[in-house]
Design a protein around this ligand. Sequence first.
Ligand code: ADP
Ligand code: MG
Ligand code: MG
Length: 855
Amino acid sequence: MARYVYDFDEPSGGGRELLGGKGIGLAEMTLMGLPVPAGFTITTDACRAYMQTADLPKGLEEEVAEHVRRLEGKTGKRFGDAGDPLLVSVRSGAAVSMPGMMDTILNLGLNDDAVEGLAARTGNRRFAFDSYRRLLQMFGEVVDGIDPHRFEDALSELKAQRGARQDTDLTAEDLEQLVRTYQEIYTTFPAEPTEQLIRAVRAVFDSWETPRAQVYRRANDIPDDLGTAVNVVQMVFGNKGERSGTGVAFTRNPSTGANELYGEFLANAQGEDVVAGIRTPQPVESMAEVLPAAYRQLLETLRRLEERYRDMQDVEFTVEDDRLYMLQTRSAKRTAAAALKAATDMVDEGLISREEAVSRIDPGQLDQLLHPMIDPASAPEPATRGLNASPGAASGAIVFDADAAVARSATGPVILVRFETTPDDIHGMIASQGILTVHGGMTSHAAVVARGMGKPCVAGCDELELQNGIARLAGTELREGDVITIDGGTGNVYIGEVPLVAPQLNDDFETVLRWADDLRRLKVRANADTPDDAARARDFGAEGIGLCRTEHMFFGEERLAVVQEMILADDEPGRRAALERLLPFQQSDFEGIFQAMAGLPVTIRLLDPPLHEFLPSEEQATSDKMRARIRSLREANPMLGTRGCRLGLIFPEIYEMQIRAIARAAKSVGNAAVVEIMHPLVGFPEELRRLRDLTERVWSEEAPDVPRAIGTMIELPRACVRADEIAADADFFSFGTNDLTQTTLGMSRDDAEGKFLARYLEDGVLERNPFEVLDQSGVGDLMRLGVERGRGVKAELKIGICGEHGGEPRSVAFCHGLRLDYVSCSPYRVPVARLAAAQAALAEAGSAQYVAAGG
Ligand code: ADP
Ligand code: MG
Ligand code: MG
């Protein structure tokens, strides 16, 4: 019969997938001989079985009862005992960490008898009833869906009656009375501990399917069928008095990566109190004076854990009467800057190899470092300051709740402003550019989740007053829609919009990317249309330009009039006359780019959009002739109309001018870039054959001695399928996966995103947006065919990708697998692509498993 339950000190034969992150951590810490309370884990297998049948699998209840008996044996305490009761926590824990998504129940096992036992045994009646009222509230909330405000209001009322400022000011009698009030609020609490336990286990399993958990999984690409494990852990008590307490600690600083202790501790408190921000915790170093022995043991434990996991850890611990207990360890969530610093430090310390360092950085997270910062030159005056909880700066319209964040984010950037956040706010946090809270510390929900998402967050900003949809800040009243700027790197908050600048990349960043460069096979280029973009791309490490679009060069103020003149011309000579005047503009644009990219390849795509894009709307036409021309150029479906190489074949003089401008620029710039001329939207070999002839003819007139390559963008399914015939006239292919996705899926991006595609993603028809993450099995399969057939006739065919997918880590890995020569993406994504390409190479070599930061 299947087995579903393992004690922490029993070999389970399974890892993280079976026991969940929390369970495997508890088991491994137990095995290391660290002080972990006794307990057991109910596996994710049990959760999956539960989800399939909507019931606990057969035999599970008996197995749990058996492990409870063993736990009673180990601890010498009994469930429900009126003399010395066993109490446990029931904690969810999936294979992938989902902070705050699942609910934990503490002090399970208490009832009216057991609470007396606990009071007698500990000689601490206040503590016993404090634990009991916590159980009633948590159990009521999590298992029976009782509105937590009803408990909180009762507590506030009692505190007001007693003139108590903090929970700790309440006496034993007060708490006894509170328990009775709670029992009136929550009348169906099951007194029997085993029933409590089984109902709690079900509740944990159920919580896997809550909407907020689903939203989190979707946002983080966590499969829905992983399921969660349940950990049952003997309670240890941080709320027993001043020689007890609870805290969280990181082996290194999770914001900067510095190798220093970092954490918070709250005396006389239990679990959630630190995270919930009910009282302000002290820095963990404060333990050194009050609890020196436990503190020393904590430091030693952190050292051992980092050595064991060879990665930055974050732990939860509790001290009960001077004794330290470890309750959780996991690979620490960290900012990108911290991930880079810790990785380079650990290589220096000899803890990990360069390959491990490279494989450990989450490429998506690098984005954080590429986020804008407040322009130091603008030196604005902050209105107030909170905790610098997650770095990066953002401006946006204020919203006061998660739904408003989602609604308003459609029209522009928003900053979510809350007293504090809870897991119910996740969808709003996803929709926001930044998060600002009044309450809570560096380990509050808002701070932890924002760091994980790589969003700026300022927490604990207590000078900010929130009331009835109005925020008061430094004497100013702000309402929804008013713009503020937050800087999560400093904690500063500004009223209004503040100028932002791109960040300087630091040494750790350069170091890790240099290591990545040594490991990758794919080259990384950038999509850049201007000399400025090209220069930025080089700064970010681009090894060429994979896509230089030429149409913007037609839009400059003096140019557009000439372009329109060309389009309106009655005949070819008229068009040529106008093109003649455009040529110098184009030539100087190309010269700038070639200079910036000296010695590197530059792929220039000839004019692609339909001509009507250069004309105004019919109402704005300045002449009858223009109006008539606009009408004649109108297309039912411009995406599939007269564009790309079709333009080049129908109006060859346009492409001729562009080729001439490129050739002259290449010739005039001495140490020029390597020129690659790319014809867009080719579907038939004959199209490329004719355009190749045209290109060669013009080139030999202008710059016969300057080398050039002639190729095509592959962005139609037909081009993939007939890649063998097309390759005959191509020196290179570049997959234009934006259009290839549209043409393969038969979806126009503008008509899909935010419309039916949003529904598809919500309803789970599609798992990912194919315009962001390459549709590997559809579009990707066509690419595979294109590569095979193209290289089948021309082994040396150079092949790249220049769609937006070229900077998306999973798509980069796919391109690596297809043995493309390069990926090309926007300049800011170049570092991401460099890292992702190295990780793909490492994964292929099997020399390192991919371990994302956090988890
Ligand atoms: P989360 O995933 O939200 O951190 P946890 O299961 O880790 O949930 O627990 C919530 C809080 O309760 C944490 O602060 C944890 O340290 C504390 N806690 C959990 N189990 C116990 C226990 N057996 N004794 C004391 N505190 C506990
Ligand atoms: Mg925890
Ligand atoms: Mg295209």
